[in-house]
Every structure is written in C-alpha cells, then in structure tokens.
Design a protein around this ligand. Structure first.
Ligand code: DC
Length: 221
C-alpha cells in the first residue's frame, strides 16, 4: 500500500483523445506530483526536425536529439527545446502530421526514454504517453490504461482545436486520430498496448473529474 505523500510513480497510457493529459495534470495537482507529458517530448523532437529541415534525415536527426536539451517548467505546462519555449509550436498541424513517424525511430525513443527515466528517478510523478506502463516505468506503483470510443475521442479533440481557433472539421480530426492510432499501435518499437497489469479505464461518457476521482481513490487506497 502506498500512502499519499510518498514518492509514488503513476504511469498512464492510452490513445490520442482518451483524456490522458487533462486527467494526469489534474491528478498531479491533487496529489502534489510532478506531471510528465511524454508526447510533448516527441513533439519537441519534431520541432527540432522542422527547424533543421531533417524531417526525413533520421541519421542527422538522431545526432541532433543526442545533443539537444528538452526541459519542462510550470509542472509540465511549458516545454523548452535548447532553452527556447516551444510550448505552442509543438501543437501545430504540421507537428501533428509528422510526429508519429519521428516517434517510431528506435534511436530517438532510446534517448527520450532515458531522459524520461531520469526525470522520474525519484518518483513523485505521474507520467503519461504510449509506452510509460510498458517500457519507461514498467515497475510503476500504479499503471493505468485510459481509453474512449473513437467518436468520443474525435469529438474531444475537435472541441479542443475549435477552442484554439484551428480551422478543421470533425471528420478530418477523426481521420487524423485513426491514422495516428494505426501508426502508434502497429509500429515495431514500443507500440501502444495496454500493459497486462494495467487498470483499464474507459472514459467514454465520463467527466474528467469522475476519472480523476477514480484514479485518486485507487492511489489512496
Ligand atoms: O500524446 P501526444 O498526442 O502528444 O503524442 C504525440 C505523438 O508521440 C503520438 O503520435 C505518439 C507519440 N508518443 C509516443 O510514441 N510515445 C509516448 N510515450 C508518447 C507519445
């Protein structure tokens, strides 16, 4: 049993739009944990590729990743690439389109996973992504796999993009999510899959607060 306040590690995986980042952020606030958005790191690497025009030159990109510095501030709300704030840049449609192909490169994953393990070395963290329960923190105190129906995930992403004034349609968003799911689950290295010992939570029809309370209860039990 883990008491609140101890340096717990919570690992959470799930597909795009399952609610991972919003839920993890809120759990982090409630339990006083560090929040690690692992997807943001692959997104920052994609910004690095765009900056250096190495989107298709993986040999060069791997070198750049080995030499770059990715840091967070404001408990995961801000991300810096070589000291520059790229928090907005990592969410552009161009990054959305490119990131899955960059995140599948094994040498890039090795570098990023090592960095994530360093950040989480002392516990006191909730980390979310696609391989946190299976590869990055396989011995986490709590492992959670969040999911929701495709329609619900697309609706959530669409609403999020609309609030950011991004001009798109529900159909486009649904197709983008389908393509990303396909790439994330079928890649050779660290594909998205539920860890055998993960608690599976279907968030379809549930509010964020319901899911947050459920997780806080599991951790506090
Ligand atoms: O969670 P997100 O949408 O910000 O993730 C962006 C991309 O990064 C997504 O296509 C999957 C990939 N990713 C990954 O491969 N491993 C992780 N731990 C997190 C994200």
């Amino acid at each position: 049993m883990v008491k609140l306040g101890e340096r717990v590690t919570i690992a959470m995986d799930g597909p795009a739009g399952s609610g991972k980042s919003t839920v993890a952020r809120k759990v982090a606030e409630k339990l006083g944990l560090l929040y690690l958005d692992s997807g943001a790191m692959y997104r920052a690497v994609t910004v690095l590729a765009i900056q250096h025009k190495t989107q298709t030159n993986m040999v060069k990109l791997i070198e750049l990743v080995k030499a770059c510095e990715i840091t967070f501030d404001d408990n995961g709300k801000k991300i810096f690439l070589n000291s520059a704030d790229v928090s907005d840049q990592i969410r552009t449609p161009e990054v959305n389109r490119l990131v899955a192909d960059i995140a599948k490169v094994p040498e890039i994953r090795t570098e990023i996973v090592r960095h994530q393990q360093k950040i989480g070395a002392d516990g006191g963290i909730i980390a979310e992504g696609r391989d946190l329960t299976t590869v990055v923190f396989p011995h986490a105190d709590f492992k959670i796999y969040l999911d929701a129906s495709m329609q619900e995930r697309a609706k959530r992403r669409f609403a999020e993009l609309q609030s950011q004034n991004v001009d798109t349609t529900l159909e486009t968003v649904e197709n983008e999510i389908k393509t990303r799911d396909e790439k994330d689950t079928s890649r050779e290295h660290s594909p998205l899959r539920p860890a055998e010992d993960a608690t599976r939570v279907d968030t379809t029809g549930k509010t964020i607060d319901e899911v947050v309370d459920f997780i806080v209860k599991i951790v506090g039990k």
